[in-house]
Write a protein that binds this ligand. Structure first.
Ligand code: PHE
Ligand code: CO
Length: 296
């Protein structure tokens, strides 16, 4: 029952006010899912699986199959965890929704991935403003089977704990990295650009837009460049950053960020749609349909 989710406060972040739920870890109340909930899962699952053939990174698609995720029913976290623990030592934990930043980082650093237990309502198939079970499970969980990406997620969590101690500006820089990789990343493959970001693969519209629209920029991943780039949370992205491999991501982020945060604090940020002289440009966006307000 979605109504059982407990929002406790709204917190001002760089994304505006976001609801923050209870921090407790909860057993997935699987028996409480209604027939409508399972149908919502099935509809979204089938729609995205079809759309993502030739669009999502192949390991993303393969890993969903390794998990045995299907349209038949909302997966049980316990079943997924048997596969996940054996493969990379990660574990899914049920939560009510968005966690305070530090709590979220601490879970990731311990290889625990928080998954919102409730699924969106049928009238929210195309958009909702906060993560639900479909986004978290369908979008984030498959790549946790990839050993390199699994390590990246843990390192990000540990880096988050450290950044939280350094200060809010460090957190802004680090959050941009998460946004432009884990949520909205593209990867360059021999077959062409593919999606690996969870925010894209769980969105019908953005799965097409991110790869096929002439409007957004597609730019080669560069750590400092990404950490200086603001983003939008309420529309499709103006810029997608493209990695060559998960190893590249892991290697680029391995150094201690402490001196980097100090340097970035002295430098201006870039607007979400900026293209710079030394960018590796896969596509310069036409900018069609871009709004001029609101990147953070
Ligand atoms: N190396 C980063 C640091 O020292 C941690 C990190 C790793 C951050 C991977 C993001 C991704 O803070
Ligand atoms: Co997400």
């Amino acid at each position: 029952m979605q109504s059982a989710a407990q929002k406790v406060e709204h917190q001002l972040t760089d994304k505006g006010y976001v609801p923050v739920y209870t921090t407790r870890v909860i057993e997935q109340p699987w028996d409480s899912y209604t027939a409508e909930d399972h149908r919502t899962w099935a509809t979204l699952f089938e729609r995205q699986r079809e759309l993502l053939v030739g669009r999502a990174a192949q390991e993303f698609i393969d890993n969903q199959q390794r998990f045995g995720m299907s349209a038949d029913a909302i997966p049980k976290f316990d079943d997924l965890n048997r596969v996940l623990r054996a493969a990379t030592g990660w574990e899914l934990i049920g939560v009510e929704g968005l966690l305070p930043e530090l709590t979220f980082f601490e879970h990731l650093a311990a290889r625990r991935f928080p998954v919102t237990w409730w699924i969106r309502k049928p009238e929210q198939l195309d958009y909702l403003s906060e993560p639900d079970l479909f986004h978290d499970l369908f979008g984030h969980v498959p790549l946790l089977l990839n050993p390199v990406f699994a390590d990246y997620m843990q390192a990000y969590g540990a880096g988050g704990v450290k950044a939280a101690a350094i200060g809010p500006e460090a957190l802004v820089n680090l959050t941009r990295l998460y946004w432009y990789t884990v949520e909205f990343g593209l990867i360059n493959t021999d077959q062409g650009l593919r999606i690996y970001g969870a925010g894209i693969v769980s969105s019908k519209g953005e799965s097409i837009y991110s790869l096929e629209s002439a409007a957004p920029n597609r730019i080669g991943f560069d750590l400092e460049r990404v950490m200086r780039t603001r983003y939008r949370i309420d529309t499709y992205q103006k810029t997608y950053f493209v990695i060559d491999s998960y190893e590249q991501l892991m290697e680029a982020t391995r150094p201690d960020f402490t001196p980097l945060y100090a340097r970035l604090a002295q430098q201006p940020s870039y607007a979400a749609g900026d293209v710079l002289a030394d960018d590796q440009v896969f596509q310069r966006g036409s900018g069609e349909g871009w709004l001029n307000d609101g990147d953070v």
